[in-house]
Design a protein around this ligand. Structure first.
Ligand SMILES: C[S@@+](CC[C@H](N)C(=O)[O-])C[C@H]1O[C@@H](n2cnc3c(N)ncnc32)[C@H](O)[C@@H]1O
Length: 318
């Protein structure tokens, strides 16, 4: 069965047991009113139908086309100007031709090896890549403000979480932080009180094919079910109210990290946690990311970039 799936599946096979994949595909085929294959092998038709119906399905690799930047010297202006800018196009369905304003790329070209250079019918060149986790992550549907990569990355580095870690995240929002944590950790349990946000987060989680996140519709302040947690991250209003819940659920040595856009809330949280002998306050930081423009003789910070995002406070359960 595994062999047959690989032969028929046009692109990537997701991680996890193939049995699960088989089950999902049969369910998807059934949903779109197609007779599910009775034998464990798959018919190409079913796969194609699933793909059409579920273009963002994790069973198929999304493709990325990157237009190769091109500059030309314009005599009248006396300088080089960009005639093709670097631009990314996300191709969800590589069974069809894909149109851009630089022309159409044939589906046979879209299925070439990652890294190939393909041409549109207007002769424009694109670099073709298979989408990685980060490409798919950047396209998640957003409702609430999500934590930025610089902040998520810093939390991961400072707390040392990894593939054996069990993490609690609150609130879930549309799943930005939880999804990234699930990519890094063993298990993520995510809490939110807003069912609309939870619905979007669950769709995002499904589209990325992540199986190690559990989303709970519950108020974090009222206490959580988990024990021996390695890291709790809070991105919700009034984090000082979460100290008791976090204290009961963290393992000794585990971290509580609070992300807050407002210094007033950070201040309230830090002062509250400092009164608790079971926590050791480490630090509060704000991270600045500044992009630079580098091109021939130009080397300077760009005038626009990410401004203020939030303050991060780190406390350790002792
Ligand atoms: C800014 S969003 C979180 C975004 C998320 N960290 C991300 O990276 O996508 C804040 C979320 O906290 C949730 N929230 C507010 N109070 C809460 C509580 N007491 N318990 C759980 N979730 C809560 C809100 O419903 C909202 O979805």
């Amino acid at each position: 069965m595994e062999k047959r799936f690989i032969e028929l599946c046009p692109t990537k096979v997701p991680s996890g047991p193939y049995g699960d994949v088989a089950k999902r595909l049969r369910q998807e085929a059934a949903i779109i009113n197609t007779a599910a294959p009775s034998d464990p092998g798959f018919e190409l038709e079913h796969l194609k139908l699933c793909f059409t119906k579920f273009p963002a399905s994790p069973f198929f690799t999304m493709k990325i086309l990157i237009s190769k930047p091109k500059k030309e010297f314009v005599k009248d202006l006396g300088k080089e100007i960009s005639i093709v800018k670097m631009k990314k196009f996300y191709v969800d369905d590589s069974t069809k031709d894909y149109s851009t304003h630089y022309g159409t790329i044939k589906n046979s070209d879209l299925n070439k090896k990652s890294g190939s250079v393909v041409k549109s019918d207007q002769g424009k060149e694109f670099i073709l890549l298979d989408a990685d986790f980060i490409d798919e992550y950047k396209r998640i549907k957003r409702t609430s403000q999500i934590m930025t990569l610089k902040d998520i990355g810093y939390i991961a580095a400072q707390t040392g979480i990894g593939k054996r870690s069990k993490v609690v995240d609150a609130g879930t929002g549309c799943g930005g932080n939880s999804i990234y944590l699930a990519h890094l950790c063993k298990e993520v349990i995510s809490y939110d009180i807003n069912s609309e946000n939870i619905k979007v987060a669950k769709d995002n989680i499904k589209n990325l094919g992540l199986k190690n996140i559990k989303v709970k519709n519950k108020d974090f302040f009222k206490g959580i079910d988990e024990k021996d947690i390695d890291l709790i991250i809070l991105d919700l209003p009034c984090p000082k109210k979460a100290v008791k819940s976090a204290e009961k659920s963290l393992r000794v040595g585990g971290y509580l990290v609070v992300y807050s856009p407002q210094i007033t809330q950070t201040n309230d949280f830090v002062n509250a946690v400092k009164k608790n002998d079971n926590f050791l306050y480490e630090k509060t930081v704000e991270l600045m990311e500044r992009n630079w423009k580098i091109d021939k003789l130009i080397s300077r910070p760009r005038s626009q970039g990410i401004g203020h995002t939030g303050f991060l406070s780190f406390v350790r359960r002792v």
